[in-house]
Design a protein around this ligand. Sequence first.
Ligand SMILES: [Fe+2]
Length: 138
Amino acid sequence: MNVTLANAIVTYQKLHHFHWRVSGDRFFELHARFESLYDRFSEILDNVAERMLMIGGTPVKTLTEAVATATLVEDAEIPAAREMAARIMADLKAQREQMLAVIAAAEQAGDRGTVILLDGIADSLDKEIWLLRSYLAD
Ligand SMILES: [Fe+2]
């Protein structure tokens, strides 16, 4: 579950970076979209960390630890707007897959609260992935 948290932290920063640096004729739509997504990830990472504490886990304590724990990688590049959307979509897909593995383990352990929390998050990522896929489909 720390991987879930760490991935959300990396994504939160990446979304800010792209929100700040997106440019061109897709600026307004992606600037706003990335903002709504980092707001969503602010909630996600908080809910995941608090769930970890409820079940006796230890959430990552520093950004360094988060980056080392995450399966997603940071992005210091400033790609074209469309590529930014594609990279975010790929990250959301990877996170969703990682969450499904955690959900399976939580089901196995009878941890209903974690299943409910991550199921909801995975479903919401499903919708975001569809929105981005549709956006990129021209
Ligand atoms: Fe802003």
